[in-house]
Design a protein around this ligand. Structure first.
Ligand SMILES: C[S@@+](CC[C@H](N)C(=O)[O-])C[C@H]1O[C@@H](n2cnc3c(N)ncnc32)[C@H](O)[C@@H]1O
Length: 498
């Protein structure tokens, strides 16, 4: 098939790692209960999802469910390919129907399956209008009145229909264009989905899943499921589990965008960062004043300048690695105080930063901060300074370095930075981050960060950060399924030396 006609049918087969995750997330609940669910893929292509579902059913010893494994495929050659694939994998008892699933060929009917699993075609809204023949449009308008906005992506129609094809209590697991979560055109289908069922799993896959420049997501919705305030979450091209997230259906009804929020109520028990310090930020005038007063001096006079590039979690690499400032490399960048004091416009900022403080880098994949105990460091713009001294400084830095705050900041503040994967926060936004209640776990997290700051090897550093992550998870009282430790650990930067 040429790539143009493949695109017309919206054909990008599901990678097997993603197919396995979607099968587990869709069928896991029924299989754990010992059920033998009947499974339908209404856009089965050459059968990637049917094979994943079949393998999972077999793994759970419910071979009797294999005979009800059903695929529908509009393209005859692919339907044949799916039949051959099922047979080759010993799943020949399943059936593949050649037909248009939206026209409900037998055995498709309302409430006729326990689960639907699909990666339906994602036709662009304009292609979609052309692609829906009048007969199909009229059949659908009777069945899915809410799904037929002129610009509704066809994938959303597959979701709306799947929620009718499953029995009450059954699940629909589907890969969709990410625009489904937020677009106005998908709003009627989103709101119908939350009326019909409960969102249980949400995967934000990003752009690297298919050989197509489309950003995808995945959902599992249980028809008439029990309302619950949290959902399971996965992320990235391999659909890696990242714990849970808050998802309040009442806040997402009426077609409002589906967003997750991991702000657990227990997490703000200690108030906010701005209750204990006032963030100090520099602007262009500070940057240029400092750049004009720099000298490269190992042991000389002047306050050391620490740029964002010299900050790693818990560590300052000043003097170990060069800093890039005003298009030049500086091994020991120091600021000549006398020169700088002549610039009245920066005096208040200089004074405000000449104190012990926590320094927070911006545009990083996790929050990265370091403690300036002596109070002599000048923060390189746009580093954010949080004046605070002694043990409180280490406690604050440990909270900021915690997996939880990185995840929260990532949820609130990605997309603003040059790199869409980086966290970019203003001073005010850092001030709005929540602190845990005082606890021994928080103190141990702070002690772990001190060890990270002195680490001489990668092993020492990662060991200290691992301890910090665990202690701060306890300090924030996160249920283990909501703890983003693994997500955070995978995002830590490498250990850097000179
Ligand atoms: C994105 S591919 C996914 C294939 C397969 N489920 C997988 O995961 O690899 C979508 C498939 O849906 C088929 N298709 C498109 N419209 C359809 C329809 N109305 N009914 C049934 N299949 C359809 C396409 O031919 C294509 O094979």
């Amino acid at each position: 098939m040429s790539s143009a006609s493949a695109r017309d049918l919206g054909d990008f087969p599901t990678p097997s790692a993603v197919a396995d995750v979607l099968a587990r997330e869709t069928l896991g609940g029924a299989l754990r209960r010992g059920d033998a669910p009947s499974v339908l893929d209404p856009a089965c292509g050459e059968g990637a999802l049917l094979l994943a579902a079949g393998a999972l059913l077999r793994l759970h010893g419910v071979d009797q469910a294999l005979a009800s494994l059903t695929g529908v495929e509009i393209d005859a050659a692919r339907a044949g390919g799916a039949r051959r694939a099922l047979t080759a994998h010993g799943l020949g008892g399943g059936k593949v129907v050649h037909g248009d699933a939206l026209l409900r060929p037998a055995p498709l009917a309302d409430a006729s399956f326990d689960a639907v699993i699909a990666n339906p075609p994602f036709l662009s809204p304009t292609a979609n209008r052309g692609a829906l023949p009048a007969s199909l449009r009229s059949a659908l308008s009777a069945r899915l009145p809410h799904g037929l906005g002129a610009l509704t992506n066809i994938a959303a129609l597959f979701l709306a229909d799947a929620l009718q094809l499953v029995r009450p209590g059954g699940t629909v697991g589907m890969i969709l264009p990410a625009s489904f979560l937020t677009s106005r055109d998908a709003a009627p289908v989103r709101s119908a989905a939350l009326r019909a069922g409960t969102l249980e799993w949400l995967w934000t896959g990003g752009t690297d899943v298919f050989a197509a420049s489309v950003t995808v997501c995945g959902v599992v919705i249980r028809r008439a499921g029990r309302r619950r305030p949290t959902i399971r979450r996965s992320e990235g091209p391999q659909a890696q589990r990242i714990g849970g997230a808050r998802f309040d259906p009442s806040a997402h009804c009426d077609g409002r965008p589906w967003r997750t929020d991991i702000d657990a109520p227990t997490a703000a028990a200690g108030g906010l960062v701005r209750d204990i310090t006032t963030p100090v930020v520099g602007f262009r005038r500070h940057y240029y004043a400092v750049a004009g007063a720099l000298r490269d001096d190992a042991a000389g006079q002047g306050r050391p300048l620490v740029t964002a590039g010299l900050i790693d979690p818990g560590r300052s690499l000043w003097g170990t690695r060069p800093a890039r400032i005003a298009k030049a490399d500086w091994q020991w960048p120091r600021v000549d105080d006398a020169l700088l004091r002549e610039r009245a416009e920066v005096t208040p900022w200089l004074a405000a930063t000449a104190v012990p403080k926590v320094l927070v880098a911006v545009q990083t994949r996790v929050i990265e901060c370091t403690v300036d105990e002596a109070g002599d460091v000048i923060p390189g713009v746009p580093v954010i300074a949080l004046p605070i001294a002694g043990d409180d400084a280490w406690r604050l830095a440990a909270a900021l370095t915690s997996p939880y705050l990185s995840k929260l900041a990532f949820t609130r503040h990605t997309g603003a930075a040059m790199s869409p994967d980086a966290i970019k926060m203003s001073g005010t936004e850092v001030g709005d981050l929540p602190l845990p209640a005082a606890s021994a776990a928080w103190d141990r997290g702070a002690a772990a960060l001190r060890r990270a700051s002195r680490a001489r090897t990668a092993d020492e550093w990662y060991a200290a950060l691992t301890r910090l992550g665990a202690e701060m998870g306890a300090a924030y009282e996160l249920p283990s399924e909501e703890d983003p430790f693994d997500w955070w650990f995978d995002r830590l930067p490498p250990f850097r030396t000179g």
